[in-house]
Design a binder for this molecule. Structure first.
Ligand code: FA5
Length: 355
């Protein structure tokens, strides 16, 4: 017999048996269906098993596997029917409940690994004297771009790199959603927006950390996801220097990865419109210290650009500041040796229960 015929035959049998077990309404019908499908002597499953002997030798492993799958599915349908009818019978007969039976244990829930990471980051930054603040995920043009010194012509504003929002008219027509200034609204693409919101409201000194979701139309791959989290730090005061930026980031990483002196930070020159000078921040957590080894890019940082300080009404002659923005998922992945960011967002309890 051809393998495809054997498989087709089992698919039909499985569908038929599952339907039959699902439909039985009493014990007698259940017994009749049991004999018909899984009876030891002349059940249809037994009959199908004989077909296994007629399949070509080379196809035997695949055929055997298919047979086992169908058998398991049919037996599960039988078990479900047995349980359904037994429960019904007990209820209708008002059978006594055995109060001596041990209770069913409740499954203890856990925080998602990203939430755990965020809580831990907030706690460490709190110990470094940074207050946690939040900002909105729907942002206006001023906070996401203009105040951050990102000019109109900058590619960061490109519709292909941002989730701009639309409103639906009663006719179903989509129109660009705009803020009070008449300019487009979007899902924030970075947590640097929160820097502006805080500085606008608070006179210096400021020392804040903000953790939250950001959105970019990036194609999902092992290290990118269209929604991810960033941790943003901002310190503005008199005489703040780049040395403080580096030591703050180093202390943060050492505390996060276990207070180990072996955790190192490296700056590479870079460009962000809202910082000058700007750097990319890499971290190395060596294998000999229990880490994963190698340099990993964590995010960007730099000294707050005087134009940004001016935009929020600060005097760049009086105060200076540093800011950094790191990818939360990348740090969480490095800590737990997770290789694919998508695993964090598939909501598979078997995966999430490990953390
Ligand atoms: C920024 O977003 C700047 N706002 C950082 C900054 C803040 C610079 C303050 C200066 C001062 P960047 O686009 O490089 O920078 O993103 C920062 C980090 O977010 C990246 O290094 C990476 O760790 C993470 N990241 C970026 N895109 C994704 C993505 N699609 N999925 C997951 N993580 C991402």
């Amino acid at each position: 017999m051809a393998l495809s015929d054997f498989i087709a035959q089992l698919d039909v049998l499985e569908a038929e048996a599952t339907r039959a077990f699902g439909a039985v309404a009493d014990a007698a019908a259940l017994e009749a269906a049991r004999v018909e499908y899984v009876g030891a002597k002349a059940g249809k499953l037994k009959e199908a098993q004989q077909g296994l002997g007629k399949v070509d030798k080379a196809d035997k492993p695949a055929a055997g596997k298919k047979f086992n799958e169908a058998k398991t599915a049919i037996e599960a349908a039988l078990a479900a029917a047995q349980e359904r009818l037994a429960v019904g019978a007990e209820t209708s007969a008002q059978a006594a409940f055995d109060i001596t039976r041990p209770g069913r244990p409740l499954r203890l829930g856990k925080l998602h690994p990203i939430t755990q990471t965020i809580e831990r980051m907030k706690e460490i930054m709190g110990r470094l004297g940074f207050t946690a603040v939040e900002g909105p995920e729907i942002e206006d043009n001023w906070h996401n771009f203009e105040a951050l010194n990102i000019p109109l012509s900058h590619p960061a504003r490109d519709p292909l790199d941002n989730f701009y929002l639309a409103t639906a008219a009663a006719s179903g027509e989509l129109n660009e959603a705009t803020g009070p200034d008449g300019k487009p609204l979007l899902l924030r693409s970075q947590t640097s927006t929160v820097q502006i919101r805080v500085m606008e409201k608070t006179p210096p000194p400021v020392r804040i950390v903000s953790l939250g979701r950001v959105y970019r139309p990036d194609t999902a791959d092992a290290t990118h996801y269209p929604m991810f989290h960033q941790i943003e730090g901002l310190l503005v005061d008199r005489g703040v220097t780049m040395a403080e930026l580096k030591s703050t980031l180093r202390m943060f990483c050492q505390a996060y990865f276990g207070g180990d002196d072996d955790v190192h930070i490296r700056f590479r020159t870079s460009f962000f419109p809202f910082t000058e000078p700007s750097v990319e921040v890499d971290m190395n957590w060596p294998k000999k210290a229990g880490g994963t080894g190698g340099w990993m890019e964590m995010g960007g940082a730099g000294m707050v650009d005087p134009n940004v300080l001016r935009a929020v009404g600060y005097d760049p002659e009086q105060v200076t500041g540093f800011a950094f923005g790191l990818g939360v998922e990348r740090i969480c992945m490095r800590q737990h040796k997770v290789r694919d960011i998508r695993d964090l967002y598939t909501n598979d309890v078997r995966f999430l229960a490990q953390f």
